[in-house]
Design a binder for this molecule. Sequence first.
Ligand SMILES: NC(=O)c1ccc[n+]([C@@H]2O[C@H](COP(=O)([O-])OP(=O)(O)OC[C@H]3O[C@@H](n4cnc5c(N)ncnc54)[C@H](O)[C@@H]3O)[C@@H](O)[C@H]2O)c1
Ligand SMILES: [Zn+2]
Ligand SMILES: [Zn+2]
Length: 394
Amino acid sequence: MKALAWHGTRDVRVDTVPDPTIEQPTDAIIRVTSSGICGSDLHLYEVLGAFIDAGDILGHEPMGIVEEVGSEVTHIAKGDRVVIPFNISCGHCFMCGTGLQSQCETTQTHEYGTGAALLGYTKLYGQVPGGQAEYLRVPQAQYGPIKVPEGPSDDRFVYLSDVLPTAWQAVEYAAVPDGGTLLVLGLGPIGEMACRVAQQRGVERVLAIDLVPDRLERARAHGVEAIHLEEHDDLPGYVRELTDGRGPDAVIDAVGMEAHGSPVGRLAQRITGLLPDAVAQRMMQTAGLDRLAALNLAIELVRRGGTISLSGVYGGAADPLPMLQLFDKQVQLRMGQANVRRWIDDLLPLVTGDDDPLGVEQFATHHVPLDDAPHAYEIFQKKEDGAFKILLRP
Ligand SMILES: NC(=O)c1ccc[n+]([C@@H]2O[C@H](COP(=O)([O-])OP(=O)(O)OC[C@H]3O[C@@H](n4cnc5c(N)ncnc54)[C@H](O)[C@@H]3O)[C@@H](O)[C@H]2O)c1
Ligand SMILES: [Zn+2]
Ligand SMILES: [Zn+2]
């Protein structure tokens, strides 16, 4: 089959590799019909090379048709249409039982001390072959796959794999009080969907910050007060002016470790990219190399006693954090990978009805064949050609 594989920093290629097969009775094989490219894939493309091997297949936002199931998989069968959650969770351990599927104890990667394995996401998360491919082996398929109805386009459902539950959890964790204000940092797919989910859930005032003009415009088109990161001399002062002098009740950071405006972090990330893997891994795990501009901005902007909800991914260890400010402002901080299955019952009615309240059908800007995936990565990373959300069609 054809699959999109990592070969080096900013080097991904469509390779021909063996078709996946059932390895465990809990596996399923699906023929992939749509597969998203995510901001999280850009971390692999740019900075996480130390944890990935040439030839590793990327992709964690797939959906498709079941081809084959193992003997212990009973809730789906050949021919079913399914969406696959990006975290691989068992559904029966302590963590899955408490709704923390991203911490699944059956699939944790003990070697790196990390949570649940993820599709297509480095040695840190189990080095499981991903879904930007013609076929995918789905581990723990007795629990993970979400069955969706025939009929509507893939665009209706594919975001159940990641974007929708991530945005939903970001808003849940933000805990905006009744009548309160939410500010979202980053208007990529996650940030924009978090704005939409917040509005759908009754948050009347949603502000957001980014620096890509067409992303600001997209958000304004659905009622978000979108602010350019670099067009105000005193951004925190400007935001306070808009929010009764206090700052927003909650801030969602949907940017993560490659934030614009962190020169030291950027240099460290570049240097790590040049080191041998073992040295770079150590440096990453002990010396830290996040660009903290977005998180620092969130800490600065949130009102005293407010909540910061982090969905942007961070990867370093020893980054200096403004502890004085966090403590003094009595900030509440919540974060983590989305617990995909936990939010599916809340989300399914919003994507199956006729009215499409979250606008998923118009969400993607590009649908491209798998063969064009290397170019798609490039334009998504450079934010060229209006690339906002790209779905691959293997
Ligand atoms: N927690 C989870 O489960 C989960 C799931 C999916 C994605 N993510 C993470 O969410 C983040 C966003 O994902 P995405 O697909 O929307 O990616 P993206 O790269 O398209 O979006 C990031 C946006 O942040 C903007 N930005 C950069 N620096 C900024 C700054 N200093 N202030 C404000 N905005 C800034 C960029 O212009 C861009 O529009 C990534 O870090 C990704 O890894 C987390
Ligand atoms: Zn993703
Ligand atoms: Zn589990």
